[in-house]
Design a binder for this molecule. Structure first.
Ligand code: NAP
Length: 431
């Protein structure tokens, strides 16, 4: 028997459990530990609520979770209820699948003004993450600025632009739907510090902006490179740039405009006690393709700034950490004897949900090579002893199924669920 503890129940965690099952069959026991009483991490609180087809992958994780050799151990905070050294003592392998839930800081003057919000917080707010349920973002408008040219920027722009009817069938939480409903925002500006050929936006997500009922995406044709330059791009990016070329043909139309502002880098955020404007510097690309300031600046009025410039994995005391890359220091997943990282905690916040699957298999392979099949470790029995001695209130997968049933029962018409947004409400909903 091999005993494996996975910390984090998002895609990387469940794919690791699935890979361990495939690699070791009945010869493995996997405990998936999560700080929250609910599983699935980014699938539940990161993937946009109007992208239900992406969220459907949780059914696959459920199949893994319901097998006898995998357990969900929810409502357990590593570092508080149990330490990494204790887990290393109990398990042959401890896999950090903690994702990258912290925002990369903008690092410009004024980025701490009220109304400047990182995407982890903003996305967590509309997705019902208990840490951000009380965020109360300023949505009065008329201007909102989104920093970054990735898919999260697109998610945020789309959520700000949609009408209530366009959220039909989504699981956006009630507090976000109600706060977005007055529709005060008229101008959404997406600031991209480089050009259309350097975006990190994928075609499907970009194309969605072209089909919003009350919002029009706008691109300044002068920002677009000559059309024949698109031929050298990889097919996905070429398709994305095709959408931008189509948006360049749009005329401003009421009530909401989504402005793509390319070669535009925020250098300061100003306002009297709250954000009122973003100071932007025009950029050009240097020889290595990086954005460099031209000295030309202008101001964009905004009551809300959402910074969507990527994420960082929070460090854990005693675990080697690469501060520059914002993730655990690791050699292809190995951190130290018995300690591994997987997913965004291993490689940083890139790729799709599916990218984590090969990552899980890589770690299972490493575990197979590094550990013996006849472990003398105590595994889950040892963890249970420790938690009963400490009075830790563990949430099981069956408990989660009770919470899920209550969320489904609470759903508004046409919605798949109404999520609980506080730990107390989640814990109270256990059957
Ligand atoms: P991302 O794809 O890495 O994009 C970050 C953007 O922020 C880039 O355009 C980057 O520009 C810009 N940026 C970074 N630092 C900046 C700064 N200091 N000032 C101004 N701009 C800055 O990150 P993301 O959008 O957070 O997405 C994370 C991952 O999740 C990605 O792999 C993404 O595809 C994935 N995701 C997928 C979906 C989906 O498939 N539907 C939805 C959401 C997220 P430079 O390129 O110049 O550095």
């Amino acid at each position: 028997m091999r005993h494996v503890a996975v910390i984090g129940s998002g895609p990387a965690g469940y794919y690791t459990a699935e890979a361990c099952q495939k690699a070791f069959g009945e010869g493995v026991r996997v405990d998936i530990i999560d700080r929250l009483p609910v599983p699935y991490g980014l699938i539940r609180t990161g993937v946009a609520p109007d992208h239900q087809s992406i969220k459907a992958v949780s059914k696959r994780y459920e199949a893994t979770a319901l097998s006898d050799n995998v357990r969900f151990v929810g409502n357990v905070t590593v570092g508080q209820d149990v330490s990494i050294p204790e887990l290393l003592d109990l398990y042959d392998a401890v896999v950090l699948a903690t994702g990258a839930p912290h925002d990369r800081p903008l690092g410009i003057p004024g980025d701490d003004l009220p109304g400047v919000i990182g995407s982890a917080a903003f996305v967590g707010w509309y997705n019902g993450h208990p840490d951000f349920a009380r965020l109360d973002p300023p949505l009065g408008g008329p201007g909102a600025v989104i920093v970054g040219a990735g898919n999260v920027a697109l998610d945020v722009a789309r959520i700000l632009a949609k009408t209530g009817e366009e959220f039909a069938g989504s699981d956006i939480v009630g507090h976000a739907l109600a706060a977005l409903e007055p529709h005060g925002i008229r101008d959404i500006t997406i600031l991209a510090r480089r050009g259309p050929h350097e975006i990190a936006m994928t075609p499907k997500e970009l194309g969605e902006l072209g089909h919003l009922s009350r919002a029009t995406p706008l691109v300044d044709p002068a920002d677009l490179p000559p059309a024949d330059a698109d031929a050298a791009l990889d097919p996905g990016l070429r398709k994305s740039v095709g959408h931008l070329r189509a948006f360049a043909g749009n005329a401003p139309a009421a009530p909401v405009s989504i402005h793509f502002d390319f070669f535009a880098m925020p250098v300061a955020i100003e306002g009297d006690g709250k954000v009122e404007r973003v100071i932007v510097e025009r950029t050009r690309l240097d020889d290595s393709g990086r954005a460099t300031g031209t000295g030309e600046t202008y101001a964009i009025p905004a009551g809300l700034v959402v910074s969507c410039i990527g994420y960082r994995t929070p460090p854990i005391e005693g675990v080697p950490y690469d501060a520059k890359l914002g993730r655990f220091a690791n050699d292809e997943g190995r951190i130290a004897p018995g300690l591994y990282a997987v997913g965004w905690a291993r490689r940083g916040p890139t790729g799709t949900i599916g990218t984590n699957r090969p990552d899980g298999f890589l770690i299972a392979e490493r575990i197979g090579a590094d550990t013996a099949a006849d472990s003398a470790k105590k595994g889950r029995a040892g963890l249970d002893d420790l938690f009963s001695a400490r009075g830790v209130d563990v949430v099981t997968f069956r408990d989660w199924q009770g919470i899920e049933q209550a969320e489904i029962a609470n759903a508004r018409d046409g919605a798949p669920r109404e999520k609980f947004t506080s730990l107390d409400a989640m814990l109270a909903a256990r059957k």
